[in-house]
Design a binder for this molecule. Structure first.
Ligand code: TXA
Ligand code: MG
Length: 330
């Protein structure tokens, strides 16, 4: 089992030393836990891919500790990137920029761009300030699975394959960062997150587009990402009770996530927060609980159709898509 360390100053220092030795350190961010490696160490970065089971050409985000480190990783940085960095970093925003020439091809998935962010978590920042370099870190889960929002989730996902897990408690945001591509003619959102397009538009002077199918490779953007093992369906509120009724009558073991659970015996309920921030913070932990080995199906009540819920709809849609692939249309 990987040692799980309480994030004391001494242990953060120890974790930074492990990164310098080319070891893998899982660490908390405000979004999800990351599986970190020295972004300048090719062997360590290669181990991130094998540990996750992630295809080698899928790029990683470089985590940095200071805004002025951005030009170590990126080149031709537009003014908009500096403005966004000053406004939103540390925070759940990743920007995609032209790479600096020295950046390892393994980090960028062989592309001429690099993704960078400063996470807003005291443990992540302390680690990055001590380490001083860039930390390449995908979410600390096996490829295609739900991102971890606690150190226990990291251990459940990756077991003993990480050299150290820093425990910083549950993540406060709970959904992965917004990814904004600043390399095309117009800014494009490659992955929606809690930093919404309108917040970015204030500084960009234009509304970013949502990326279409021609967007650069972004595994988080694959249709079947973020999947629990049990099939998942998202249903509008009024359809929940009849759907559960027929699944239970057919002898299925069913879990359901809803902000207002109806009274139906025999179903495993997860009561979800009614506000988007609370819902986003809890979603992955609740899905993991629902996704017990004996669960046949997870039913999720469709959240409100308002922009504040965009990142949540995105993750639920991908989880449901994975289910359709397993089962065919339900
Ligand atoms: O909140 C987050 O972003 C978390 C925490 C740990 O920082 N990280 C995370 O990493 O979600 P990961 O690897 O699970 O997702 C990063 C996404 C992937 O979809 C990847 O393809 C995309 O960022 N990405 C990385 N570099 C890119 C690039 N140069 N161009 C386009 N997409 C890129
Ligand atoms: Mg991920």
């Amino acid at each position: 089992m990987s040692p799980v360390l309480e994030a004391s100053a001494a242990n953060v220092h120890r974790a930074a030393a492990l990164l310098r030795e080319g070891k893998l350190v899982a660490f908390p961010t405000e979004t999800v836990y990351g599986l970190g490696a020295d972004a300048d160490n090719a062997a360590a970065v290669a181990r991130v891919f094998t540990t996750k089971g992630r295809p080698a050409r899928h790029p990683l985000i470089v985590h940095i500790g200071k805004v002025h480190h951005l030009d170590r990783w990126a080149s031709n940085i537009p003014r908009a990137a500096w403005l966004l960095a000053e406004r939103f970093w540390p925070g759940p925003l990743t920007v995609v920029l032209k790479r600096a020439r020295r950046v390892l091809g393994a980090v960028t998935g062989g592309q001429d761009t690099v993704a960078v962010r400063i996470p807003d978590h005291p443990v992540a920042l302390a680690l990055l300030w001590d380490f001083k370099g860039g930390v390449a870190a995908p979410s600390a889960n096996r490829f295609g699975r739900i991102s971890p929002t606690s150190s226990a989730h990291v251990v459940a996902e990756l077991g003993g394959r990480v050299d150290c897990v820093l425990d910083g408690g549950p993540c406060s945001v709970g959904l992965e960062s917004t990814i904004l591509d600043l390399c095309a003619n117009q800014p494009r959102i490659l992955r929606p997150g809690t930093i919404a397009p309108a917040m970015l538009a204030e500084l960009l002077g234009e509304m970013p587009l949502y990326a279409g199918p021609s967007a650069p490779r972004a595994p988080g953007a694959l249709p079947a990402h973020y999947a629990p093992i049990a099939p998942l369906r998202v249903l509008a509120g009024p359809l929940i009770a009849p759907a559960l009724g027929s699944l239970l009558a057919a002898g299925r073991t069913v879990a359901a996530l809803s902000a207002r659970p109806p009274v139906i015996a025999g179903c495993r309920w997860q009561t979800m927060p009614a506000d988007p921030d609370g819902y986003g913070r809890e979603l992955y932990a609740r899905l993991r609980e629902a996704d017990a080995p004996d669960c046949d199906c997870i039913v999720v009540e469709q959240p409100p159709l308002e922009w504040q819920w965009a990142a949540i709809h995105d993750r639920l849609k991908r989880a449901a898509e994975a289910a359709r692939r397993q089962l065919g249309p339900l």
